[in-house]
Design a protein around this ligand. Structure first.
Ligand code: 4AD
Ligand code: MG
Length: 429
């Protein structure tokens, strides 16, 4: 039986066998030091010439970067080792001597790395990012499951748009037109009226012609939806969720954050409550800081960064003008030109990580919105049913997984936050 590198601490002083790849090797003539990885971790294997057969020593000398092998060895505790353990090797069986590996340990250009994404993910930095992504997903589900949410899956192929028609991915559904989903929200509204508190977690698609460090064509979204919940109560859930996620990563991924050189002092401050400012105040703040923007315009990435710089926690911007938001957002009864919504902006320039709102619950008002937004009323008949049969105040939000990963990991670009990024003009590998 083989043991995982992440389990070696339970085998100190014992001889174990692991399946692994050679990450790096150096030799002093009498000792070979092998950096071994198995995906669960890295460990140094030490092979001493005079303690093994000539044959084992020779086999080891042939190993190239990313060769696959089984090793046997005795686990030793070693303070100097990054993992705290080392293997004194006793045997070694080669599975394959790897061909010359394209990704050497030197620096490579981004296009080259993206072309080799299927191999790039083997490197320590990418390993750390994917582990943190997994912990973020795990802790999101933990929080929601503990707070009475039921996970409900939304369809990927849809007949309608949720977030405007300009970024729809068109496809055919036999004889009909169909689109890849932009958001599971409309289906979650149906599910919330069935199950109270629900969330979907799945891939979403935007045919966005933007080539920025925050945009992917295919990204993953967590979309909670709550019946009998207003926008204020939704924001409380959002800040508790985001704080739970950040604290979980700090507690469970300290090694990975170290690999990424993440300054964790900024993350430690992510404790509720988060500051809230209105869109109006955000416009004033931007003007004070010398930005060119007028009431009614949407924020660009640089605006969000300027706003975020005034706070050391994520900040909610509330009550945007209805004209720049989606058709389903509920107008503020006191001021119908703005809607009951909030975007959550991450610190340090990582931009909007959550978009959420209270939904229109009045059937007449909702009906009027289709024309205003150039949407075909027919396609939304089922959605209108939700306002006919026991409509209730309800709210929800969408948390963009990749932007959250970029922020928590401190990454320059979202392309590293997802195993196989779909970017503008790139669908390979
Ligand atoms: O603000 P958005 O468009 O909101 C919705 O889709 C709502 N229907 C969600 C809801 O209320 N259920 O998207 C939500 C989040 C954004 O805040 C952002 O984090 C992320 O999804 N996002 C993207 N991430 C990467 N690449 C893109 N092209 C993204 N577009 C949105
Ligand atoms: Mg948004």
């Amino acid at each position: 039986m083989t043991v995982l590198i992440s389990q070696v601490k339970d085998y100190v002083g014992k001889e174990i066998r692991i399946g692994c790849w050679l990450y790096n090797k150096r030799s002093s003539g009498k000792i070979q030091f092998l950096q071994l990885r198995d995906g669960t971790g890295f460990i140094q294997g030490v092979l001493v010439k005079k303690e093994v057969s000539e044959e084992v020593w020779e086999r080891c000398s042939q190993l190239t970067q990313e060769s696959s092998l089984y090793v046997t060895g005795v686990v030793r505790e070693d303070e100097r080792a990054p993992s705290g353990y080392e293997l004194t090797l006793t045997g070694l069986d080669i599975i394959q001597i790897s061909e010359e590996y394209p990704i050497s340990l030197k620096e490579h250009g981004v296009d080259f790395l993206l072309d080799h994404r299927h191999l790039w993910i083997r490197t320590p930095r990418q390993n750390a990012i994917l582990k943190i992504r997994s912990e973020i997903i795990r802790s999101i589900q933990e929080y929601l499951n503990e707070n009475h949410f039921t996970q409900v899956d939304a369809p990927i192929l849809t007949p309608t748009s949720a977030e405007g028609t300009t970024t729809l991915f068109h496809t055919r559904y036999f004889d009909e037109d169909a689109y890849l989903t932009q958001s599971g929200q409309l289906y979650m509204e149906a599910a919330a009226l069935a199950l109270g508190r629900v969330y979907s977690f799945g891939p979403t698609f935007r045919a966005e012609k933007s080539k920025t460090r925050r945009h992917l064509i295919e990204f993953w979204m967590i979309e909670p939806e709550m019946a009998f919940c207003d926008n204020e109560a939704s924001m409380v859930i959002q800040e508790n969720l985001v704080s739970h996620v950040v604290q979980s990563v700090l507690n469970n991924c300290s090694q990975e954050l170290k690999v990424l050189n993440r300054d964790t002092s900024r993350l430690e401050k992510v404790i509720p409550p988060f500051p809230r400012i209105s869109y109006d105040d955000a416009i004033s703040l931007l003007k004070e800081k010398g930005e060119q923007i007028e009431w009614g315009e949407d924020f660009g990435a640089p605006h969000e960064t300027v706003i975020a710089e005034s706070f050391d926690k994520p900040v909610f911007i509330t009550n945007y003008p209805a004209s720049i938001k989606a058709f389903y957002m509920k107008p503020d009864p006191k001021r119908p030109e703005v809607v009951l919504c909030a975007d959550l902006i991450a610190p340090e320039g990582y931009g909007e990580i959550i978009g959420g709102s209270q939904r229109i619950d009045d059937p007449e008002l909702l009906k009027a919105r289709y024309d205003e937004h150039h949407l075909s009323y027919e396609a939304y008949q089922w959605y209108m049913d939700l306002r006919k049969y026991g409509t209730v105040p309800h709210s929800g939000f969408g948390l963009g997984l990749e932007r959250t990963v970029a922020w928590i990991c401190g990454l320059e670009h979202v392309r590293e936050t997802i195993p196989f990024p779909r970017l503008l003009n790139r669908i390979y590998p």
